[in-house]
Design a protein around this ligand. Structure first.
Ligand code: NA7
Length: 552
């Protein structure tokens, strides 16, 4: 029961609203899941913290935010009508257009009527006696449903740096993942950006266009590669439309759901000239080809990886005028592609501008944010604005921020204290009737995400069809299935160079106590293998899940 104010303003007890299914999050996965489950005739309610749909593309409004996937490979593929109606204006769409697209989708499929906006979920408690979940919102409102689906995104829990004094700064301050809806003006201002991941890189290259003076605080450089974005011309539009079946077939066949597929050769089996020519070609092409379409052993073989890394280092040196600054921009602790590769547009050239300074935090860390700016071990800086591009508590963070309790009141946070354990990244033993779209150890985060989101969502919708047809009221992953999947996830990742490097893939976040031990959070066996495994599980009557018809 929850307590609400009645017409007279006095408190009155009201029963929690009751649905068949509740979904947390109205980003790309929650939206599509709502659409499919409603088609089954289920009553579905989505709870969304934001005031609109879009998830990642709703929150990440920072300057320069855009796709690194080809726009036409990123949109939903499930509706031919939608594919026909929507035209992307650029090969790599910017955030405002993507958010417009997602609102268009919400309107087209009339999704908003079942989405409660401004509804941040505080707790999700499993009620064993009733075989159902109860959500408690931050407002105190409660709702109940037999089934709960998390669609909370892998990069939706922004983290501020754990530097003293963050609250004391008197100028403007923004985290990229919580960017305001109003325009932010940089002209004539002294701006600091902290962080040089994919987000920092996009922000820096955009802010540098209009800023008075920009200071970039870099702790770890990343290997960045050119995006080569361009407008989609009127001649290209019909070709893109006609090519959709082929585009999606290519994505379906590739390891990461992208149109780019790894080259069949090993890096060192070709001559130095051939290797150079191939890498030049990749470097001059748009998108993630250089990451996803590179030599097939780049992710597993140190020598192959070094050959590619050396090529990228050379490119960085050729683009930055000051050799000392170029060296600072070159990673020394990991190889190309073993962390998320930021795609950039004239990022390196930003450091040739007179009004841009690069501060290498390895020469002196930030000690304090001050009312006027910040202090490193080497001196004081004054700013009008500080932009925190400091990333997210990745993959498990959004789960940790909700008080999720399963059977016996067991907290999910406790269960995952030593790293996530799941079955297919879609369910968790001890948390019946909870399905986790794009959850930890699910292929979707290591993927051109909408392609894998559609797979997750369609698989879950099919499961609900089965549940309905068979009168099932309880679905629970078995411990054996969870153990086997978790082991498979780690085995698959073991030989990858990713696992030898600190990054958010590995659950490292220096700003959160306890997130300093490498734990692989994704699934690296590839989208096709993952899809096959999910299909096999459903074809075998949902093996690994205990399906029951229980009263209540
Ligand atoms: P990332 O890739 O986690 O990058 C965060 C950046 O912020 C990274 O350069 C960090 O350095 C830096 N950082 C974090 N905390 C601090 C402190 N306390 N002091 C200095 N620097 C700090 O997040 P992004 O938002 O860029 O990207 C996340 C994903 O979103 C991206 O991969 C895309 O898939 C979309 P570090 O590397 O930890 O030394």
């Amino acid at each position: 029961m929850s307590v609400e104010a009645n017409e007279n303003g006095t408190a009155a007890s009201v029963a929690a609203a009751q649905y068949d299914v509740m979904i947390i999050g109205a980003g790309m996965s929650g939206m599509y899941q709502l659409h499919l489950l409603r088609k089954l005739g289920l009553s579905v309610r989505v709870f969304e913290a934001g005031t609109g749909v879009g998830g990642t593309w709703y929150w990440n409004r920072y300057p320069g935010a855009r796709f690194d996937s080809e726009s036409y490979s990123y949109g939903y593929s499930f509706s031919e009508e939608l594919l026909d109606e929507w035209e992307w204006s650029e090969h790599f769409s910017a955030q405002p257009e993507t958010l417009r697209y997602l609102n268009y989708v919400a309107d087209k499929f009339d999704l908003n009527r079942d989405i409660q906006f401004g509804a941040r979920v505080r707790a999700a408690i499993y009620d064993e006696a009733e075989t159902c979940w109860e959500l408690e919102l931050e407002s105190g409102e409660r709702a109940r449903a037999r089934f709960l689906i998390s669609a909370i995104g892998p990069l939706s829990a922004p983290t501020m740096p754990n530097i003293p004094g963050v609250e004391s700064f008197q100028g403007e301050a923004f985290h990229t993942g919580l960017w305001p809806h109003e325009p932010v003006d940089f002209s004539g201002k002294r701006v600091a950006v902290i962080g040089t991941g994919a987000t920092g890189v996009q922000t820096i290259q955009e802010v540098a266009k209009t800023v008075g003076h920009l200071t970039v605080f870099q702790r770890s450089p990343n290997y960045c590669a050119p995006l080569h974005n361009s407008p989609i011309t009127a001649e290209e539009q019909p070709k893109i439309r006609a090519g959709y079946p082929e585009t999606f077939a290519r994505c379906r066949a590739s390891h990461g759901g992208f149109i780019h597929k790894a080259d069949h050769r090993n890096a060192l089996e070709v001559s130095a000239e051939e290797r150079e020519a191939f890498l030049e070609k990749l470097y001059s092409e748009p998108g993630f080809g250089i990451w996803m379409g590179n030599f097939r052993d780049m992710f597993t073989d140190e020598a192959a990886n070094t050959a590619v890394s050396d090529f990228i280092k050379k490119k960085i040196r050729s683009r930055v005028n000051d050799p000392a600054i170029a060296e600072k921009l070159i990673p020394t602790d990991h190889g190309f592609g073993t962390r998320r590769v930021p795609l950039e547009t004239r990022y390196y050239e930003v450091y040739n501008q007179d009004n841009v300074e690069l501060v290498d935090l390895n020469e002196g860390a930030i000690e304090e944010i001050t009312p006027k700016g910040l202090r490193t071990a080497n001196g004081e800086y004054e700013f009008d604005m500080i932009i925190y591009a400091t990333g997210f508590d990745a993959v498990t963070g959004a789960f940790d921020r909700i008080d999720i309790r399963g059977e016996g009141g067991r907290k999910l946070k406790d269960k995952w204290a030593n790293g996530p354990r799941t079955y297919l990244g879609l369910q968790i033993e001890g948390f019946p009737n909870l399905l986790t779209l794009v959850g930890p150890h699910n292929a979707a985060t290591f993927c051109n995400i909408p392609r894998c989101i559609e797979q997750n969502v369609e698989w879950v919708a099919e499961l609900f069809g089965y549940i309905q047809a068979n009168g099932i009221t309880r679905i629970a992953a078995t411990l054996e299935a969870e153990d086997a999947w978790t082991e498979h996830v780690y085995e698959t990742a073991a030989e990858l160079l990713f696992t030898k490097v600190d990054s958010w893939f590995m659950g490292i976040n220096s700003n959160i106590p306890g997130k300093d031990r490498r734990t692989f959070l994704l699934y690296a066996g590839g989208a096709p293998a993952y899809r096959d495994r999910c299909d096999e599980v459903s074809a075998n009557g949902y093996e690994g899940f205990a399906l029951q018809k229980v009263a209540g």
